[in-house]
Ligand binder design. Structure first.
Ligand SMILES: NC(=O)c1ccc[n+]([C@@H]2O[C@H](COP(=O)([O-])OP(=O)(O)OC[C@H]3O[C@@H](n4cnc5c(N)ncnc54)[C@H](OP(=O)(O)O)[C@@H]3O)[C@@H](O)[C@H]2O)c1
Length: 362
């Protein structure tokens, strides 16, 4: 049995307040069905921020997402888990709710072997902590594009004109993947900060990024329109529908809430997204197919790792990180993002003391 400290640092989120504090190390949780992970890096996701702000509907089958993006090492593996200590892993938060937050020194994941096999995903890139990127957001995009192609019965994205609303992490990842699949991409973002970031980091070319206010001048210009904004408002859906050509697919990826409808009809966009369905809709005489995707599977992570390893030029995922902080800075920063007083383009990463190369792991 490895030695663990008597207390460890973990965050709590209660009533919109994030706190970091010392918690007793739960030695009795180290059972046969438990994997304990010590994160090196965690990512802040818009879903974390929405949970702080109380503006996200939580799926009971998988629990809250607060602290779901991280990479780290297995430091304890119960006899029935199939894992070994020292393995570099990440989490698929879509499998089991029996796990603790990733914004902590240690993450405890409990489950049957088959569940753990899906929920704890081995990272095949030995250098990932030196060249860090978050696998989960990319796996979700891989999953979403697979769903989009399958649900809309498309042979591929090759030659398609893809319009994307939102140049946040999701929008930029969609752009990378659609371009890799030989589609043309045009990304529309409301504010200048994320447009400048995408351009300055050369994630998007000058002719691929536009102010959202210019979407109207691209009316009927896209075969596929992806909505990847924090919230999917009726106005944004109208903008997306205006951008879509007759017969296009309107793909909803960003934040929907229970009861959200496609403007002027009864298509339930929240259910379409969460259940990954497709339905016909009409907008100003145009025939559209409205669809969406939610979460990802282990195979999507595996494809994400393959794409990054084989096509590093197409997937410069490391460039998405705009800021790195320590875990101690996280509560205040996350709450100021949730309050709207701070905003960062790309991804904010938290680097833990475990990521320090001079520190030997326990
Ligand atoms: N379906 C899934 O499986 C899945 C998976 C992961 C994430 N998501 C969801 O995808 C959404 C985006 O995530 P992200 O990581 O890309 O977030 P992000 O990096 O924080 O980017 C948010 C984007 O939304 C835009 N935005 C916010 N409010 C807007 C509004 N009222 N009108 C127009 N644009 C607006 C922002 O534009 P500005 O720069 O102008 O603020 C920015 O482009 C989140 O809701 C997240 O929960 C879904």
């Amino acid at each position: 049995m490895p030695e663990f400290p008597s207390t460890y640092e973990a965050t709590t989120l209660v009533g919109g307040t994030v706190r970091l504090g010392a918690h007793p190390f739960p030695g009795d949780a180290l059972g046969e069905d438990t994997v304990v992970i010590e994160p090196d890096y965690m990512g802040i996701c818009r879903a974390d921020i929405k949970e702080i702000a109380g503006s996200r509907d939580i799926m009971e089958d998988r629990g809250p997402l607060f602290g779901h993006e991280f990479i780290g090492s297995v430091v304890f593996s119960g006899a029935r888990t199939g894992f070994r200590t020292g393995e570099t892993v990440t989490l698929n938060p879509n499998i089991t709710p029996t796990r603790t937050t990733g914004f902590a020194d240690y993450v405890f994941v409990h489950g049957a072997r088959e569940q753990l096999d899906q929920a704890v995903v081995r990272v095949p890139e030995p250098e990932i902590t030196k060249n860090v990127w978050m696998p989960e957001p990319f796996a979700c995009i891989v999953h979403a594009v697979r769903k989009l192609v399958g649900l809309a019965n498309l042979p591929s994205l090759q030659g398609k004109r893809v319009g994307i609303i939102g140049a946040g992490c999701s929008g930029l990842l969609f752009a990378m993947y659609a371009r890799h699949l030989e589609a043309s991409v045009s990304v529309f973002n409301r504010g200048a900060m994320r447009r400048d970031f995408a351009r300055e980091r050369r994630i998007l070319a000058e002719e691929e990024i536009f102010p959202l206010a210019e979407a109207e001048s691209h009316r009927n210009g896209f075969d596929i329109v992806i909505v990847a904004s924090t919230i999917v408002t009726p106005d944004l859906l109208r903008t997306a529908a205006a951008m879509a050509a007759d017969g296009a697919v309107l793909f909803v990826y960003g934040g929907t809430r229970k009861g959200d409808r496609f403007p002027g009809g009864d298509v339930d966009v929240d259910t379409l997204r969460r259940r990954e369905r497709i339905a016909p809709a009409e907008y100003l005489g145009k025939r559209l197919a409205v669809s969406g995707a939610y979460g990802c599977l282990k195979e999507d992570y595996e494809e994400a790792f393959r794409l990054h390893a084989e096509h590093p030029h197409d997937f410069p995922l490391e460039k998405l990180t705009s800021t790195q902080i320590g875990l101690g800075e996280f509560p205040e920063l996350a709450m100021s993002i949730a309050a709207g007083t701070a905003d960062f383009p790309g991804k904010v990463l938290i680097r833990t003391t475990a990521a320090d190369p001079d520190r030997a792991r326990k």
